[in-house]
Design a protein around this ligand. Structure first.
Ligand SMILES: [Zn+2]
Length: 386
């Protein structure tokens, strides 16, 4: 029997509003609080949790950026001759994604999404390493660097495997008493919410499922460890999308040339612009001001939310949709989805959660990067007691 196990379980998109009125984990982890998330998608929320740093520190923000000089995608340009009925198909994209990821040696999450092959040579992809591994951050360190340096044995999810396998692998590590620390990452709820929305009857069923799994893990852990610290949390919430906005059609009407006058990445809730010729900025700004479904984020506000980048690396202008508006088609998807995240951190559905089996979580833990402090404290306790 070992002394202590620190269990950190992330349920992607398990937002505060989704669990607020449900008894989720009320017995296993009764101390719950609402956490403010970080401005951006999982591509920035997860690295912020793992590093304890903010986007303007770790530079893991949005996936695609305009950067023709450093684009690794030039060879893909020849695919622009393929007919759209093939290249816009999800299945064809998935096969190509796998091929590209392997040939470019990307270690993190990678998806070609819906970036047109005609323009793909203008873009770079910013997550070439995996934030779920040591030395996986674009800048600075993460909790896995800390674990390695302290020589604390740990479990971390292999996201290429299905969720059932994550459960099996974690249980095996607990049973063999190999580990002192675990970071489990379950993404299934996020995928389901995107498909069915946050008020579907399928959501409580999925939550029940996770509750059962966490119960099984805790029962097993208590047989092998005297103390088990459990923290279950999310990276963001999820908003239903009831308004669809074809922002690209509006921008195209300006008659500016993509890659000559300007460049843009249409994420699902954000549009990030770069201006390449004089005059383009004024035209695009004026157009965006006339679109009521969102607004251009002021520099001060981006700074306040720690997502302002001096060099305009992720866009020289960031336009953000109102909660519930989905940009579609976008570079993330050709067709609508039921729900999305990546709205303003203070929009109602954006808030994340933290459930703990201890009431010793400091009051200063108010934002998702603060979860890393809890993990760091756990690691230093383990290192001390060796
Ligand atoms: Zn998601």
């Amino acid at each position: 029997m070992k002394d202590r196990l620190s269990l950190f379980i992330m349920i992607d998109a398990c937002g505060w509003e989704i669990v607020r009125d449900r008894p989720f984990l009320s017995e296993l982890a009764p101390h719950r609080r609402k956490l403010e998330s970080v401005f951006g998608y999982s591509s920035t929320c997860v690295p912020s949790i793992l590093s304890g740093h903010w986007p303007d520190e770790h530079y893991n923000w949005c996936y695609f950026v305009y950067d023709p000089k450093n684009s690794p995608f030039r060879p893909l340009r020849m695919l622009r001759w393929l007919p759209t009925f093939i290249t816009s198909r999800r299945i064809a994209r998935r096969v190509l994604t796998k091929f590209v990821k392997r040939s470019l040696g990307f270690r993190g999450y990678f998806d070609l999404y819906n970036i047109p092959f005609k323009y793909i040579h203008l873009f770079d992809f910013t997550e070439k390493k995996s934030p779920l591994k040591p030395e996986g951050m674009n800048r600075g360190t993460n909790i896995f660097d800390t674990l390695e340096a302290a020589n604390v044995p740990y479990y971390v999810t292999d996201t290429l495997q299905p969720e059932e396998e994550h459960l099996r692998a974690l249980k095996a590590d607990i049973e063999s008493e190999r580990i002192d620390f675990a970071f489990q990452y379950w993404a299934g709820l996020d995928g389901l919410l995107h498909m069915v929305g946050n008020d579907s009857p399928e959501i409580p069923l999925k939550l029940d499922h996770y509750e059962k799994w966490i119960g099984e893990v805790m029962d097993l852990a208590k047989k092998h460890y005297k103390h088990v610290d459990l923290h279950v949390f999310s990276d963001h919430g999820m908003a239903n999308c009831d308004v669809l906005l074809d922002l690209r059609a509006k921008v195209d009407e300006l008659g500016l040339k993509f890659g000559v006058d300007y460049a843009v990445v249409y994420d699902s809730t954000m549009a990030r612009f770069w201006f390449l010729k004089p005059g383009a900025r004024e035209k695009i700004e004026a157009l965006l001001d006339s679109v009521p479904e969102g607004r251009t984020m002021p520099k001060e506000e981006l700074q306040q939310y720690r997502a302002y980048f001096d060099g305009g690396e992720f866009g020289e202008l960031i336009w953000l949709a109102e909660e519930g508006t989905l940009i579609v088609p976008s570079h993330m998807g050709e067709r609508p989805i039921r729900a999305m995240h990546g709205y303003h951190p203070t929009d109602p559905q954006s808030y994340a959660t933290l459930f703990s089996n201890t009431d010793q979580v400091p009051d200063e833990v108010t934002h998702i990067p603060h979860i890393c402090k809890l993990m760091e404290n756990a690691v230093s306790e383990h290192a001390k007691n060796k």
